[in-house]
Design a protein around this ligand. Structure first.
Ligand code: ADP
Length: 467
């Protein structure tokens, strides 16, 4: 079976979030299921430079104001179709914003063009099904519906917070039939909703964890789209993301000073010492709580800064909202030797936090899937997580009943609450003093199958059902 994936970012070519990881890893995992994936990606400069194009698949004389081509290319095992449309994508900066950090004003056109080109490729190149990701590819199933023929689409939501909502004046430019500007179509709150269009027109929907799938069909988590999602609940499923377990492997990770695995846990101590040295954490015998992530409201960092238990240390790596960066720096200044903060993006330090922390905190207010807790499980730092989205689906709470059954891989608390987070951290740091019980907890987390094998089998079944 041949499928066309459409994703505006694909690791390792372009990445701003979890979408890139999924789009980069799923094709390899699906190959093992007999599904050949070709991924459509915009021809941003860094993509055009990184890949060697080997031929033109399709030429489009006028794609929203300029000529465009779909180029065949391959890159590190990924089969690609690169949308070479210089008037839309040959620009400096990131995939969505210029060097000044501001969104390109013509993003609605850029990603309408991406979707329209994807729909043509899907119809003209003999694909059996389409897998479209997030709002940037949201119009793709709408263009297929407008054409009246072509393969059916699985549409995957990576974060419902990003909806691609634009002004009504855009609609005539899109080239969709007038009847599509309707509640049963692409209209959303009087404008054009790209995510909404995908949710309405795709044959099947998925998101990145079962709990998030349930949350987004309720008013509290549905961000205005819960009514539509409830109506489509029969075709919506949650599939937890896998982790690239070859890339994230503490036994081989070149970024960390000491390699270890579940049978060699004592070797982990050298990473802990290196992390303490790097972030200036003074006490050898006080637990180190790690945090890696975007400093944003979603991630609950503000809660964490208010919930550090007495006698515990904090190793925090992240960047994001200036107010939260300042709050983290202020906490470090107020507690020298106890709170270590690095503001920035640092892959090596991130891996040292996973490999050297005693616990990993992820108190997100909402979390579609979450990657940090998966990395922490794999690197032997039991996660302390909020009971939401993918966090609830991937961490088994080590309460007394679970521990009595020799189960549990981390600590789960109610979201949105600094006191309940603090209580969970106190429970975890108390258990940390029981060295044997703690090592058993670490080993159970490390033994958890986090690979793409099981999720890929679920995606394969869903994609086959589209044929
Ligand atoms: P999101 O995609 O919402 O940002 P995830 O938990 O799904 O959150 O994925 C975050 C990924 O990015 C993790 O692999 C984490 O290690 C990495 N990451 C986040 N912030 C940083 C940072 N400041 N430095 C290095 N890696 C980071």
């Amino acid at each position: 079976m041949k499928i066309l994936a459409a994703a505006s970012e694909v690791f390792p070519l372009v990445k701003t979030g979890g979408l890139a990881d999924v789009a980069g890893a799923l094709p390899g995992a699906l190959a093992g299921q007999g599904i050949a994936v070709t991924t459509l990606i915009p021809g941003y400069p860094r993509v055009m430079q990184a890949v060697a194009a080997d031929g033109e698949a399709l030429a489009i004389a006028d794609l929203f104001g300029g000529p465009a081509r779909l180029l065949h290319a391959s890159h590190r095992g990924l089969e690609l179709l690169v949308l070479d449309a210089p008037h839309l994508f040959a620009r400096p900066g990131g995939p969505y914003a210029g060097p000044d950090g501001r969104d390109w004003p013509d993003n609605p056109i850029r990603f309408a063009a991406f979707a329209a080109a994807g729909a043509r490729a899907a119809r003209e190149m003999g694909f059996d099904a389409v897998h479209a990701h997030d709002w940037q590819a949201g119009l793709l199933p709408a263009y297929l519906a407008a054409a009246g023929s072509g393969p059916r689409t699985l549409f995957t939501i990576h974060n419902l917070a990003f909806q691609g909502q634009f002004h009504v004046s855009l609609f005539p430019v899109l080239g969709l039939p007038p009847a599509f500007f309707a509640t049963d179509g692409v209209e959303y709150h009087g404008g054009v909703g790209y995510l909404k269009a995908g949710l309405f027109h795709a044959a099947r929907l998925s998101t990145v964890s079962p709990t998030y799938a349930a949350e987004i069909t309720a008013p509290e988590g549905g961000m205005g789209l819960d009514g539509l999602l409830r109506g489509r609940a029969a075709v919506l499923e949650g599939i937890v993301n896998g982790l690239d377990v070859a890339e994230w492997n503490p036994a081989t990770d070149p970024h960390i000073p000491a390699h270890f695995d579940a049978a060699r846990l004592p070797a982990r101590a050298a990473n802990r010492a290196a992390l303490r040295a790097r972030l200036g954490l003074a006490a050898a015998d006080a637990p180190v709580i790690g945090f890696v992530g975007r400093l944003s409201w979603q991630k609950g960092v503000d809660l964490l800064l208010h919930a550090l238990p007495d006698g515990a240390q904090l190793a925090l790596l992240g960047s994001g909202e200036p107010g939260l960066e300042q709050a983290a720096d202020a906490l470090a200044a107020a507690h020298p030797g106890r709170v270590g903060v690095f503001i920035g993006y640092d892959e090596g330090l991130a891996r040292l936090v996973y490999a050297g922390s005693d616990l990993f905190a992820m108190p997100s207010r909402f979390e579609p899937c979450g990657l940090g807790q998966l990395c922490a499980l794999r690197y032997g730092a039991p996660p302390v997580v909020a009971m939401t989205g993918g966090l609830a689906d991937t961490v088994v709470n080590a309460n007394e009943a679970a521990l009595a059954q020799k189960a549990g891989t981390g600590f789960v608390h109610a979201p949105h609450s600094a006191p309940l987070l603090a209580a969970a951290l106190r429970r975890a740091t108390a258990l940390w003093r029981d060295r044997r019980g703690w090592a058993a907890l670490q080993r159970r987390g490390m033994a958890h199958d986090l690979s793409w094998a099981a999720p890929a089998a679920r995606y394969a079944a869903t994609l086959r059902a589209l044929r």
